[in-house]
Design a binder for this molecule. Sequence first.
Ligand code: HEC
Length: 143
Amino acid sequence: MSARLASFFSAAVVLGVVVIAGGVSLAAAPELDYEVFKVHVEPVFLKKREGIARCYQCHVEANNAFSLQRLDPGQTGWSDAQSRLNYEMSSRLVIPGDSANSRMLIHPLAPEAGGDLFHSGGRQFKSQDDPDWLAWEDWVNGQ
Ligand code: HEC
């Protein structure tokens, strides 16, 4: 094999490895599991935290990106169809596999815990050890 041909082949091999590695890393981004969302993420939107309003109170049909479905009269939880819409809305505010850059997690988190400097709804999570926040993190990171 000539030197030129050999270097062509080795370049092709390197390129192939890069393409394959790229494909693998894309495939590794976790899916946002709907069932996990329904059981572990969504209920927190309705949960009353001490000394602070519930997400739902301010974010029901809100005109910002975090906009929750309105509960049907007399209902304390969402129907499956409504949960699907909450799931789609929430999915747009997170980056699968990258909880640290997921707006839904960072915006309501206290600044001293790594959250945004200001959220009109206050510091909903005082630390990243909050079990509800951890459940959201697991959902985003597919754990
Ligand atoms: C007292 C009212 C209030 C409560 C309670 C509240 N929020 Fe908010 N939130 C707001 C308002 C107003 C905004 C828009 C202005 C801003 O970004 O602060 C906002 C913005 C947001 C945004 C950014 C939306 C966008 O357009 O990018 C997210 C995400 C968010 N809130 C999540 C939450 C979560 C999660 C909870 C509950 C754990 C919560 N909020 C509780 C009032 C509230």
